[in-house]
Design a protein around this ligand. Structure first.
Ligand SMILES: O=C(O)CCC(=O)C(=O)O
Ligand SMILES: [Fe+2]
Length: 339
């Protein structure tokens, strides 16, 4: 079980104390009293069920767009680039610029959502939840800001055209899967600041501790599961942990979860505000980076082909064999392009 934090009608600094205490050990906690309307949550699960229950060709009609929005089939993603394909299907949407305010320049990931045709209600429910959960996220970010010695509005300016995503994730049943080989979602850390996850109450989410043990992250379906992502770990100088986590493959009952990945503007500069423990690491590991560029790198890794992975691995080898390896890499590239 993960720790629980009640946020209903409580002062930010009290909540901040609890976050600070828990997230040093395990960067996962359950939030009660989040104030999200139960009716809206029920509708969100209902439209997800309908969407994933629709014909494969209807879902494929909204396959991931150039803006990385839309549907990904079972097996399309390997969230752990070196693990098996994830046994889940997903639908992803994000922030849209209001019509009257076009984006000044082309920014990766920002563009129109990829909505299923003729389903206004699906859009309405997802947009309405996106805006509600964003409010809860902003409140939690205010608490997090206090815990790292910053003003409550520390993160606020970096949410003008945010890369935050809402994902519907459906884990179908796979009765006879070889136990080790398959996962609903492979081992990974989340890329952003924090993640706020709704789930239907079916267990499966597991969290890896600093000591390398796997804990079950079960929480009541009424609670939001919140976890620290890589950007928050980085900003906190490693004070908070972005735990690796994974989801088991479903053997009896399908599972639906709805994560909201809180990710700032493309141009947000991610840099540690707390001095990392090991000063020596200040040079490499703690070098500031742009949020958007970091996301591009991580997302590309989860969707690259085996050939591309091999090319990257070969290219990373140094030494006298490098020339031969370079030729092999080029050859592999040609082969993968000609397929
Ligand atoms: O489905 C879940 O419970 C977690 C999914 C997850 O970790 C992710 O999509 O990043
Ligand atoms: Fe995750």
């Amino acid at each position: 079980m993960i720790p629980k934090i009640d946020i209903k009608d409580r002062a930010r600094d009290r909540i901040a104390d609890e976050i600070s205490r828990h997230c040093r050990q395990v960067g996962f906690f359950a939030v009660t009293g989040h104030g999200l309307e139960q009716g809206l949550i029920n509708e969100l699960f209902a439209v997800s069920r309908d969407f994933f229950g629709s014909e494969q060709k209807e879902k494929d009609a909204v396959s991931l767009s150039e803006f990385h929005r839309g549907y990904a089939r079972v097996g399309a993603e390997k969230i752990d680039p070196y693990g098996p394909e994830d046994f889940r299907e997903t639908y992803l949407m994000g922030w849209e610029s209001p019509d009257e305010e076009p984006l000044p320049q082309r920014i990766p990931f920002l563009g129109p959502n990829n909505w299923p045709a003729g389903n206004e209600y699906f859009q309405q429910v997802l947009l309405s939840y996106y805006h509600s959960v964003m409010q809860v996220a902003q409140f939690l970010l205010e608490c997090f800001a206090l815990t790292i010695g910053q003003a409550a509005d520390f993160f606020k300016n970096n949410f003008k055209a945010p890369l935050s995503n809402l994902v519907l994730a459906h884990y179908p049943v796979l009765e006879n899967a070889p136990r080790q080989a398959m996962l609903g979602c492979g081992e990974h850390t989340d890329y952003g600041l924090i993640t706020l996850l709704l789930h239907d109450g079916n267990p499966g989410l597991q969290v890896k501790t600093r000591q390398g043990q796997w804990l079950s992250a079960d929480a009541s379906a009424d609670d939001l599961i919140v976890n620290v992502g890589d950007m928050m770990e980085f900003i906190s100088g490693g004070k908070y942990i972005s735990n690796p986590h994974r989801v088991e493959v479903m053997r009896h009952t399908p599972r639906t979860s709805i994560p909201f990945f809180v990710q700032p503007d493309y141009e947000a500069l991610i840099k540690p505000v707390l001095v990392p423990f090991d000063e020596a690491e200040n040079t490499g590991r703690w070098k500031p980076r742009l949020a958007g560029a970091y996301l591009e790198e991580r997302i590309a890794q989860s969707f690259i082909s085996d050939e591309q992975k091999l090319i990257l691995a070969l290219k990373s080898v140094a030494g006298p064999e490098k020339r031969v390896i370079k030729n092999i890499a080029e050859l592999l590239k040609c082969l993968s392009l000609s397929q």
